[in-house]
Design a binder for this molecule. Structure first.
Ligand code: ZN
Length: 165
């Protein structure tokens, strides 16, 4: 095998990255930490980023701008809802900007942000905090290796120290 390995489906890719918004706010970075290892082609990254990394080699870097539609979606006005005060425990001191862990009727976890507290209820925003934002990634490929059978079966990468299952 003389072919250089490139980013492709079923490859474990380690990336160094910095994520900023259009206004320059830095949301996330791997700087100063281990690179992020993920299994390519299994939906572990947002689609608009994963698609742009195909074919890259170790040492390559790229700036990728991901529109909301390929990131966390547009802001959905219907995802802002007024919930009755009865829904919340009496001893919970709600404040605007507070993040709450809620659940759907089926029991799926759902994060919401308190927007406003009104006499008639609490206005919650169920949009993803990054909905409506263009995501600007500065990515470089730190390492590539074939996935193990176990990783392919699980659909995600396992770290050097395992992850407990
Ligand atoms: Zn696993």
């Amino acid at each position: 095998m003389t072919d250089k390995m490139t980013v492709a489906d079923d490859v474990v890719v380690s990336i160094d990255y910095t994520l900023t918004l259009d206004d320059g706010t830095e949301i996330d970075t791997s700087r100063g930490q281990e690179p992020l290892a993920y299994l390519h082609g299994h939906g572990q990254l947002i689609p608009g980023l994963e698609r742009e990394l195909y074919g890259m080699e170790v040492g390559d870097s790229k700036k990728v701008s991901v529109a909301p539609a390929d990131g966390y979606g547009d802001v959905d006005p219907n995802a802002v809802q007024l919930l009755s005060h009865d829904v919340f425990p009496d001893d919970l001191a709600l404040e605007p900007g507070m993040r709450l862990q809620m659940a759907t009727p089926e029991g799926h976890p759902l994060e919401a942000v308190v927007k406003e507290i009104r006499d008639e209820g609490v206005l919650l925003d169920f949009n993803h905090p990054l909905a409506g934002e263009t995501l600007n990634f500065d990515v470089s490929i730190a390492a590539l290796r074939p996935a193990t059978d176990e990783e392919l079966a699980h659909g995600h990468a396992h770290g050097a120290h395992g992850h407990g299952h």
